[in-house]
Design a protein around this ligand. Structure first.
Ligand code: G3P
Length: 218
């Protein structure tokens, strides 16, 4: 399973990239706004840090505008992935952009029917938002299970399921259990993946015993 980080915070991405765990990055207009920086600068810096796909979202809502913005975004770096919304214009732009050789991430997916449309439009990734479905009392992971079942019926569909709006380590584990291709995870949740109280307790005990030996390895 690939791990992407869901942030436009370049300092966070730098640290996480050094861990060797990052396969890509996703951003969205809200995350760029939160960074307080120019989108072009942020995306360029992220692309230089992470060689994998870096999603940059269009702000236009109609087909021609999306293509014009995609042209600008694709010039930033080779690994820019164009993120388009799951709308009729977004899917039309997806088909055109993938035909031109771009990677495309279709975002704001909340149903299996929408995921199927994204796959039929040739999306590189489709992003179902699990946390936002949980927020309204629906089952985010239930949607992932359903999409994975559907995509497995049609092995020729190459679209990867990118689990987005991840809120907890359990979302990541459950996504992996279901065979989702990618999880895009906020930095705080990525850090939580490392944590277990028995790891901390065990390490403290090992270090205390080691100190008693008076030895050094180097
Ligand atoms: O980038 C898309 C998605 O991951 C947003 O997550 O937490 O705003 O629902 P969230």
């Amino acid at each position: 399973m690939k791990f992407f980080v869901d942030t436009a915070d370049v300092a966070e991405i730098k640290v996480l990239a050094e861990s060797g765990l990052l396969d890509g990055v996703t951003t969205n207009p809200s995350l760029v706004a939160k960074s307080g920086r120019k989108m072009r600068d942020v995306i360029a810096e992220i692309c230089a840090l992470v060689p994998g796909p870096v999603s940059a979202e269009v702000a236009a809502t109609e087909y021609e505008g999306m293509l014009a913005e995609a042209r600008v975004l694709r010039e930033i770096a080779r690994n820019v992935t164009i993120k388009v919304p799951l709308t009729p214009d977004g899917l039309r732009a997806c088909r055109k952009l993938t035909g031109d050789g771009a990677m495309v991430n279709v975002t704001l997916c909340f149903s299996s029917a929408q995921a199927l449309l994204a796959a039929k439009a040739g999306a590189t990734f489709v992003s179902p938002f699990v946390g936002r479905l949980d927020d309204i009392g629906e089952s985010g992971m239930g949607l992932i299970a359903d999409i994975m079942t559907i995509f497995r019926q049609y092995p020729y569909l190459k679209t990867e399921v990118l689990v987005a709006s991840v809120r907890s380590p359990m979302h990541v584990v459950e996504a992996a259990r279901l065979g989702a291709h990618v999880a895009t995870v906020p930095p705080a949740v990525l850090r939580q993946l490392f944590a277990h109280p028995l790891t901390d307790k065990g390490l403290a005990a090992f270090l205390a015993d080691w100190a008693k030996t008076g030895q050094r390895i180097v």
